[in-house]
Design a protein around this ligand. Structure first.
Ligand code: PMP
Length: 290
């Protein structure tokens, strides 16, 4: 990704894409002191931009990191980067991290805190699974307790488990992995939340130890506006045997149907297709928000 044309917004100015570099003694590289956002722009408008910026700054707070820029500055910088890159339909990555400076130990209060925003085109996250239903492995790695790590933060350190889970899944021919939580309940995929359908009702894990996705919250609102009951609760893995439909939600994944998780299979049913279609309309402003 480093060898491209274009610009990246770094600490208040646009720098050529290939020159947007950091030093090897960057604190974040050694100790995972970074938080980030993944957003999508549709037709030049970033969907739920304010919600993403709020979550980004909240992730800083959860990691005791000072805000290098204000909410308004980050909002303006994101919009300016989408425009400058001339990519109305794009993925937007904002990242805040502790840089290199006086400290090279675990403590980093004397190091500068940086912010960068990069924009690129990113098509369907799960490729043709978007139509046919993705195949997921069940990961051996568990989402940790919120007493172990600030699980509401979108923090780099939390993604180590995701990368290992996704690599293991891909080695088995799957698109992604479903992770259980530290108690053994169903949690989420490596970059997306999960929903199930049974007899016309929707069931989704309660986000008490993983990211309460912005897409997840949007989809719950859409379902409830249709009068569909959504149960946010602890889900045992064995319950997947009785669920009829399944989909994933995330900024990159949007609404992606799931056909299989481990030994359990699901149909790409009507509700899954309807929610995927409605979400597509909503992000493009063609549907009145719930
Ligand atoms: N869980 C994880 C681990 C993620 O990386 C993401 C993507 N940000 C999500 C859930 C979904 O979050 P959102 O809908 O806010 O993109």
């Amino acid at each position: 990704y480093d060898d491209r044309d274009g610009v990246i917004w770094m600490d208040g100015a646009f720098v050529p894409w290939r020159e947007a570099k950091v030093h090897v003694l960057t604190h974040a590289l050694h100790y995972a002191s970074a938080v980030f956002e993944g957003e999508r722009s549709y037709g030049g408008r970033i969907f739920k931009s304010a919600e993403h910026t709020t979550r980004l700054l909240n992730s800083c707070d959860l990691l005791d990191m000072p805000h290098p820029f204000s909410f308004e500055e980050i909002e303006a910088a994101k919009a300016a980067t989408v425009e400058k890159m001339n990519m109305p339909d794009s993925y937007v990555r904002a990242i805040i991290w502790r840089g290199s400076g006086e400290d090279m130990g675990v403590a980093s209060n004397r190091n500068p805190v940086h912010c960068a925003i990069a924009v690129w085109e990113w098509g369907a996250y799960y490729g043709d699974a978007k139509m046919k239903g993705a195949k997921l492995d069940i990961s051996k790695w568990k989402r940790p307790s919120p007493e172990t790590i600030p699980s509401a933060a979108k923090a780099a350190g939390l993604y180590m488990i995701c990368t290992m889970s996704k690599h293991a899944a891909e080695a088995k021919g799957c698109s992604d992995a479903l992770m259980m939580d530290y108690r053994g309940y169903v949690a989420e995929a490596t970059g997306a939340n999960v929903f199930f359908v049974k007899d016309g009702e929707v069931h989704t894990p309660e986000p008490d130890c993983f990211l309460n996705g912005i897409t997840r919250q949007t989809v719950i609102g859409m379902l409830r506006a249709k009068g569909i009951r959504v149960n946010e609760r602890h889900i045992e893995p064995s319950e997947m045997a009785d669920f009829q439909q399944c989909w994933l939600t995330g900024t990159a994944a949007e609404v992606t149907p799931v056909g299989q998780i481990g030994e359990y299979s699901f149909e790409v049913g009507e509700l899954t297709k309807e929610i995927a279609r409605d979400y597509e309309k909503l992000v493009r402003g063609q549907l009145v928000p719930a």
